[in-house]
Design a protein around this ligand. Structure first.
Ligand SMILES: NC(=O)c1ccc[n+]([C@@H]2O[C@H](COP(=O)([O-])OP(=O)(O)OC[C@H]3O[C@@H](n4cnc5c(N)ncnc54)[C@H](OP(=O)(O)O)[C@@H]3O)[C@@H](O)[C@H]2O)c1
Length: 313
């Protein structure tokens, strides 16, 4: 059961930092974690909230280069997550908050944009002039991928569920948006690309979205498997990948934090430049209080949100 409760302010351990919350963004993994259905299962009770923007309040032992008052973004060190007045972060996963973003936008600028950058550039090696298809293009991860695809010089086709979401996908820069409630997306993608299909498909939904994507992937195309918001983990037909010469690329961005932390910092610098140049900006659709966490996460689970919901204390 998810409840709002008074708990003691946590203590940062060695290598950790206590932050005073400025804002925390809701992500699908928060939903899964609260249901005990995520790969990370903190023991109960725990405070959810995987990413935030905060102000350094206290620095633990063995932490260098961080001072009280610094405005930072990054992932939280569970069980002391971000949906609280105070949270704990590992200093290794803290980054400076971009000055051009307000607290709510900065809170939503970590996981989504890092994932989009690594998915599109490092995994799919997207090139200017290619066609990128983004599923759930008005969602958190999807809206970020639309912006990053445009920044990379791609033509972006978004898929969204319903008119309100289609409008939001256009507003973040998609060239074409397909309302999946009204149209068959593979057919539209083939039509829009002269029969060739999409060069890169960014898929945070899985299930039918993945299966149908294989009907409109281009020769030497790349499908980036980002997540399974539909709740269905599809199986790939490898004979089809062989016959059509496409690649299926898994993406678990969190692993880069331990496998290649230098690349994560470099990525943050590149992303911060894009913010400063006015090219990307997180789509924060609602700014809510900590008392709204339960309702907000339920709406995210139900596929009823646009961009990011952000909670502020
Ligand atoms: N691989 C990684 O490293 C990584 C990193 C971050 C997030 N993720 C994953 O990315 C996915 C998206 O996360 P998010 O926080 O940005 O969520 P979100 O995209 O804001 O919300 C999910 C969206 O999926 C679509 N959807 C389609 N079928 C659905 C269903 N049956 N139930 C709910 N939603 C459905 C909905 O958009 P439409 O109605 O417009 O289709 C919905 O808005 C999650 O699976 C998450 O775990 C992966």
């Amino acid at each position: 059961m998810l409840t709002l409760a008074e708990v003691p302010v946590p203590e940062p351990g060695p290598g950790q930092v206590l932050v005073r919350l400025r804002a925390a963004a809701a992500n699908f993994p928060d939903v899964l974690m609260c249901r005990g259905a995520y790969q990370v299962r903190p023991s109960l009770p725990f405070t959810p909230g995987v990413e935030l923007c905060g102000e350094v309040a206290r620095v633990g032992d063995d932490v260098l280069g961080v001072r009280a008052g610094d405005r930072v973004i990054g992932g939280t060190a569970l069980p002391y997550g971000g949906f609280a007045e105070y949270a704990v972060m590992n200093s290794s996963s803290m980054l400076p908050a971009p000055e051009d973003l307000d607290d709510a936008e900065a809170a939503a600028f970590f996981i989504t944009y890092q994932t989009g950058w690594f998915g599109l550039h490092r995994r799919a090696r997207i090139r200017a002039g290619e066609t990128l298809l983004v599923h759930a293009a008005a969602g958190g991860v999807g809206s970020g991928a639309v912006q990053l695809g445009k920044a990379a010089g791609a033509r972006v086709i978004g898929v969204a569920g319903g008119e309100r979401k289609a409008e939001a996908a256009y507003a973040v820069g998609a060239d074409v948006v397909i309302d999946r409630h009204k149209e068959d997306f593979p057919e539209v993608v083939r039509r829009e690309t002269g029969g060739r299909g999409a060069d890169v498909i960014y898929d945070p939904v899985g299930g039918e979205s993945y299966q149908r994507s294989t009907k409109c992937i281009a020769f030497e195309g790349r499908i980036v498997v980002v997540g399974f918001a539909s709740g269905q983990i599809p199986s790939a037909a490898l004979n089809h990948a062989l016959l059509k010469n496409y690649s299926i690329l898994g993406l678990h961005w969190g692993l880069y934090q331990t496998q290649d932390p230098h690349a994560v910092r470099e990525c943050h610098e590149q992303l911060s430049k894009l913010v400063a140049d006015g090219v990307v900006r997180p789509l924060v659709s609602e700014r809510l209080g900590l008392g709204d966490v339960r309702d907000g996460l339920q709406r995210l689970a139900d596929g009823d949100t646009i961009g990011r919901l952000v909670f502020e204390p």
